[in-house]
Design a protein around this ligand. Structure first.
Ligand SMILES: [Zn+2]
Length: 711
């Protein structure tokens, strides 16, 4: 079937009739047919088509109605986004120099179109007119939410500012972008410039062979003798964990925590130009000014507009409460560590910050040693997939069957999600293995969203699940079964949780169906929720089969995994909470006007002193490399990691409660409620309402504390 993507709205010119980026219709893209030379003509055409739709929508005679305004605009922008999405997906999973160049060539135009759309005042007026029209009340909840979200985004983009204020507003945006970029460049440069070389192997006692091999490799690449260590995490952290050389650990630690500060040159060979002290203050001032221009008391309040949390105080209280509850457990962890270090490692005068990961790793080995490699033998990928599908099918009343969609690589599998009557509700792809030309990490992305078309037909959703597991190997001419680590199993469940959120939606308005329009701090709920099943014996037992013997995971090994899971979790939790609180206070109660010099550092110090456990050394300038909040889009948002964990743990505890009655966490009744109240509604109603509808009450921190061994 080769209906045009735009059919029946517009006819394609003859020159584009065979362009696969335009001919996949409302169906599935033929990824293997897409060539770099298809990109510019297709995207050029679709940009023009979308711009025409914008022009029509903003024409004075176009009525502000759902059918005349929102729908045609959605048709055109969806066509553009889907083609663009297919290309950027290929760029991520099947990169070639030619594809990258063609993608890069169109990127500025695409980005410019998107940002102009968000600042189009005429369009803003049209949406406002629709909101104020009698039709608004007749629209369904999801449609109303699409319009409200658009108006909100226009406002946050400065649409309601006066003409006198607008130039300043855009200067603020530009300066923020450039300061953020500089911040991360400074961190990168300060991280890159430091190298510490060791030539006597005796100084490297304790480091595992693979770490030594990597260090020798680094030295060779840099034209140095011996072993070289850098401040990049995969080089830095193993030294902190394993090196018995305390002096080496101290040296690396001091270089690490003084990056991009005035102390950088002293401890890390950095430059004064890379000092972020003033950059941080400048950014905080600009954010504060932006918030006030838009009518908010501070930046934290502004950042909450598209989030689930309701108020600045609510988040502050959430974090301080969390800190208070986790502090005794952190204290216990720390004490235990100090005692162990004294008795077993000879640290009679206490632990310095550079001793903590080392002592911690030794304690872990002593208590919970098991071989990761042995564990891995129990998780062949096909068996894990069966286990995952069993969980999904049991809980959510669907069937997952292999499909035969066209893909971009022979390793990629595709599946259909069917309801019990056999009707297809969604499709997804699984691209499991690492390979050249594929970006690292794991992610879920949407290929297509659920939507009711103008002719009343339902377009069903499609998602990509992408992982980077070790590919299967051939030994003595025989292809071995691919096995994955337990961490990989958790990753797969996590991404499938995002996938289910997108695929099981029943919402018909594209802007809020599936993962679209879900609040920023609630997006990780369905993904983290799924991770819990990877720690259930009833799930693991059926999901494991030793690659050689076929036997399931021994119960004894499972108990060890479980015991190791929460090792030193009190300390880890408190650390995250203190970082979140620092971010939050800097964006809410910090007075940027009277602040000067080291004020940002002082705020972080005070919070650490009040809530933390491990004293920060005088020279620590960790905040100067806190890229999440000064260069990564997590400004006033770092709390969301913990926020979503609380939600997902609390949701999961409903399944644990059901298990007390039924004997199984795979309880179909609770699963059906979760599907209806959380997954199916997507972004069509506030996450707080969805949570409450499922749980029957406000979120509580208790389940997360209990799961983390802090109860
Ligand atoms: Zn995620």
């Amino acid at each position: 079937m080769t209906t045009s993507l735009l059919s029946p709205l517009v006819a394609l010119p003859a020159s584009l009739e065979n362009n696969p980026l335009l001919t996949f219709g409302r169906g599935i893209a033929a990824y293997s047919e897409v060539k770099p030379e298809h990109i510019a003509p297709a995207i050029g055409f679709l940009l023009k088509y979308a711009q025409d739709a914008v022009d029509t929508a903003t024409h004075p005679e176009t009525p502000s109605s759902w059918e005349k305004l929102v729908e045609p605009l959605e048709d055109a922008t969806e066509a553009l986004d889907r083609s663009w999405g297919a290309i950027s997906h290929l760029n991520n999973v099947a990169d070639t120099p030619e594809l990258r160049a063609a993608f890069g060539q169109m990127l500025p135009e695409y980005t410019a179109f998107r940002s102009n759309l968000g600042q189009n005042l005429a369009l803003y007026q049209k949406f406002k007119a629709l909101k104020n029209s009698p039709q608004f009340a007749e629209l369904n909840r999801a449609q109303q939410k699409v319009i409200e979200n658009s108006l909100r985004d226009f406002r946050l983009g400065g649409a309601e500012l006066s003409d006198a204020e607008k130039p300043r507003f855009s200067v603020i945006q530009d300066e923020q972008a450039s300061l953020g970029k500089k911040f991360s460049e400074h961190v990168l440069d300060a991280t890159d410039c430091f190298v510490h070389t060791i030539t006597d192997k005796a100084d490297l006692a304790g480091l595992p062979e693979d770490i030594l091999a990597a260090a020798a490799d680094t030295a060779q690449q840099k034209g140095l003798q011996g072993w070289a260590f850098t401040l990049h995490f995969p080089s830095y952290y193993p030294v902190m964990q394993y090196s018995e050389n305390r002096e080496l650990r101290r040296l690396m630690y001091q270089a690490y925590v003084t990056r991009s500060s005035e102390l950088g040159p002293q401890y890390g060979e950095g430059k004064l130009d890379w000092d972020n002290t003033h950059n941080m203050l400048d950014q905080l001032r600009l954010r504060d000014e932006e918030a006030r221009m838009l009518g908010f008391a501070n930046y934290a309040a502004l950042s909450l507009a598209p989030k689930m949390a309701n108020s600045v105080d609510e988040v502050d209280l959430f974090l301080t409460n969390f800190a208070i509850k986790s502090k005794p457990f952190a204290q216990k962890d720390y004490q235990e560590l100090c005692e162990f270090a004294k008795a077993e490692l000879g640290f009679t005068e206490g632990l310095e910050p550079w001793d903590i990961p080392f002592a911690s790793e030794r304690l872990k080995q002593t208590r919970y040693a098991f071989s990761e490699n042995e564990l891995k033998q129990y998780f062949p990928l096909p068996k894990v997939l069966d286990g995952l599908f069993r969980v999904i099918q049991t809980l959510f009343g669907v069937k997952i069957e292999s499909a035969n969609l066209p893909t971009w690589h022979a390793d990629v599998q595709s599946f259909a999600v069917k309801d019990l009557a056999g009707k297809i509700r969604a499709y997804f792809y699984l691209d499991p293995y690492a390979r050249p030309g594929k970006r690292g990490g794991a992610w879920m992305d949407d290929a297509r969203g659920r939507r009711e078309l103008a002719n009343g037909e339902i377009q069903i959703p499609v998602a990509y699940l992408v992982c980077n597991f070790a590919p299967p190997v051939t030994v003595d001419g025989i292809l071995r079964q691919p096995t994955i680590t337990h961490d990989d199993v958790i990753t797969l469940f996590h991404e499938s949780g995002h996938g289910l959120h997108h695929l099981l939606t029943q919402v018909s308005a594209l802007g809020v169906s599936g993962i679209n329009g879900v609040e920023w701090d609630a997006v990780e709920l369905p993904s983290q929720f799924m991770e819990n099943f990877c720690w259930e014996w009833e799930v693991l037992e059926k999901m494991s089969a030793h690659a050689q013997t076929g036997k399931p995971l021994p119960r004894e090994l499972f108990e060890k995994m479980l015991a190791a899971k929460n090792f030193q979790n009190g300390l880890a939790t408190l650390r995250q909470v203190v970082m979140s609180l620092t971010d939050w206070r800097l964006h809410s109660s910090f007075d940027t006007k009277s602040a000067k010099g080291q004020s940002v550092l002082e705020v972080s110090r005070n919070i650490a002193d009040e809530y933390g456990i491990i004293p920060q050394p005088e020279i620590s300038r960790w905040i100067n490399s806190f890229s999440h909040i000064f260069a990564g889009g997590y400004a006033a948002g770092y709390y969301s990691y913990k926020w979503a964990e609380v939600l997902s743990a609390d949701v999961y505890s409903a399944f644990e409660e059901a298990a007390k009655l039924t004997g199984s966490v795979l309880d179909a009744k609770t699963g059906a409620r979760y599907r209806e109240e959380i997954l199916e509604v997507g972004g069509s109603r506030p996450a707080a309402e969805s949570f409450k509808a499922f749980r029957g009450r406000e979120p509580s921190i208790d389940a997360l504390l209990r799961h983390g061994g802090m109860a």
